[in-house]
Design a protein around this ligand. Structure first.
Ligand SMILES: [Zn+2]
Length: 266
């Protein structure tokens, strides 16, 4: 059995990007460790938040519930401040993850890799999927940490832009595209000027997690402060959700092989 460490930027990223892979790895008997870089300080504050909570404490609890749902064995919060979206004034904050020392952050992640004797580390593609400063930092820190623990195999989680385009068109054709997605074009520029995710021609590994789609969806529901039932993810019926989120996509930076169906421990 192996050990998988999934490195993510914010509470809730773990289930959206790798929830199926985590659930599958755990249920197949592998050890799974989740490392979350930031506290998600600048997410939406729900109107019904208890006065005993702060957004940070609430998002920690939601992450622990999501992790338990997915079968994660250990959760590590690195405790950095969320940098906010590109262009927000929070980008300038001294404690923001995007301004952290790359070496210091990588050391913290590498310590976990060493403690866990990790086999596989997931991080993000070079532009963090959609240009969020914290996601780009996860890419950089993930790779730097792997240099400190070279035994680990790095996989970069990404979105499949071709599949996303097809899925949106299929939803539009079926008259089921949520209104808030009408203007969304994965080929258009995101905040950083680049299109969403990666093309299929840039992706190496397609992981089938259809059997874990319900768990992935249940984990997303744990993040109720950010992902309400009316959100893009949770408003889909179960079948459509499984079609859209039943596969997870990884770039193997050491491979130039074309896209294949496979598993992270192969
Ligand atoms: Zn995020």
């Amino acid at each position: 059995m192996g050990t998988l460490v999934c490195f993510h930027a914010h509470p809730d990223d773990e289930c959206i990007g790798t929830g199926g892979t985590i659930a599958r790895a755990s249920s197949e008997g592998h050890r799974v460790v989740l490392v979350v870089a930031t506290n998600g300080d600048h997410g939406e504050i729900p109107a019904d938040m208890s006065p005993d909570d702060t957004l940070v404490s609430l998002r920690h609890k939601e992450t622990l519930a999501s992790a338990e749902t997915l079968g994660v064995h250990r959760v590590v919060f690195l405790g950095y401040e969320d940098s906010g979206m590109t262009g927000w004034e929070q980008n300038q904050n001294v404690g923001a993850f995007c301004n952290a020392s790359l070496d210091e952050a990588a050391r913290k992640l590498a310590d976990v890799l060493v403690e866990e004797n990790a086999d596989v580390l997931t991080t993000y593609d070079w532009h963090g999927g959609y240009g969020h400063p914290d996601h780009i930092m996860v890419h950089k820190v993930g790779h730097r940490a792997a240099e400190l623990f070279p035994k680990v195999r790095v996989l970069e989680g990404t979105m499949n832009r071709d599949q996303m385009r097809r899925g949106l068109q299929a939803a539009r054709d079926a008259g089921m595209l949520p209104p808030d997605r009408e203007g969304f074009d994965p080929d258009g520029p995101m905040d950083d000027g680049n299109p969403m995710g990666s093309l299929e021609s840039e992706i190496n590994l397609k992981v089938d997690v259809v059997a874990y789609a319900a768990k992935k969806r249940a984990a997303m529901k744990c993040h109720a402060s950010q992902l309400g039932d009316s959100s893009f993810f949770l408003s889909m019926d179960e079948d459509r959700f499984a079609q859209q989120f039943g596969f997870e996509w990884f770039i193997d930076p050491k491979s130039d092989a074309p896209l294949r169906d496979g598993w992270i421990f192969e």
